[in-house]
Design a protein around this ligand. Structure first.
Ligand SMILES: [Zn+2]
Length: 243
């Protein structure tokens, strides 16, 4: 065997060894995302792109399908059209939600990796919550994994998703009362990455969501959003594109 062939063979063997190591490492670091990617090999039942625990009642499934259809319609209206086609994973128990969603037990969450996975708990059976998660998936669809992770600040991602989330307790009216007529708003723009946005008391976290919604609402028009996406895809930084 020539030296060149030996190098190729050795590189190939190293590559074969690294794949399972990388897969195991990914599972250890991102257990929920890994399980979502492997949902087809779980015990969950499947109907189209909707996965659900085997013991979910037919009535709940009907509600879930209706809410997904209504939320999709709302999100398509906001974005002009719906580009994303996420998988939905409905977890009827807290135990399942911890496996696929998060330990925090949010009502729902969206995982972005090798596609989008909207993980919904029993508390997430709500039109506003599903529309919120679908909005995250739409932004991901337009920008891709790396821009979503490293370019889009957390406050903007949440503030944009909140535009399709009409829950009363996150409304402008609520924020007006809670912030002394918008004079005392939290500085949400400091939350560029995931960390701090969801930390603190429940009251503080809710205020962060309201303030992010308010900041995006003050900026938003369809034209501005389309231009922002085009500029980011053209290589501009968020700060340049958001001006
Ligand atoms: Zn969100």
């Amino acid at each position: 065997m020539t030296k060149f062939k030996k190098i190729i063979l050795r590189s190939f063997l190293v590559f074969l060894i690294l794949i399972p190591i990388a897969a195991v490492a990914h599972f250890i670091i991102f257990p929920q995302e890994s399980r979502c990617i492997l949902i087809d090999y779980s015990g969950f039942k499947k109907e189209g792109r909707l996965y659900f625990s085997a013991n979910t009642s037919p009535a709940k499934m009907d509600t879930l399908k209706l809410l997904i259809a209504q939320a999709s319609f709302r999100v398509a209206g906001f974005w002009g059209k719906k580009n994303g086609d996420p998988k939905f994973i409905y977890c009827d128990s807290e135990e399942d939600f911890k496996k696929y969603g998060n330990e925090r037990l949010d009502p729902a969450t969206t995982q972005y990796k090798l596609g989008t996975y909207i993980v919904i708990s029993n508390e997430g059976l709500d039109l506003d919550i599903i529309a919120h998660e679908l909005s995250h998936a739409e932004l991901y669809e337009r920008l891709g994994f790396f821009k979503m992770m490293f370019t889009i600040p957390r406050w903007f991602d949440e503030g944009l998703a909140m535009q399709n989330d009409y829950r009363n307790y996150y409304s402008e009216d609520t924020l007006k009362v809670r912030s002394d007529n918008f004079r005392n708003l939290p500085d949400v723009k400091k939350f560029t990455t995931g960390g701090g946005f969801n930390e603190g008391s429940q009251e503080q976290v809710m205020l962060n969501y309201m303030a992010a919604k308010h900041a995006v609402n003050n900026w938003y028009s369809r034209e501005k959003l389309d231009k922002l996406i085009a500029d980011l895809n053209g290589g501009k930084s968020f700060e340049e594109a958001f001006k």
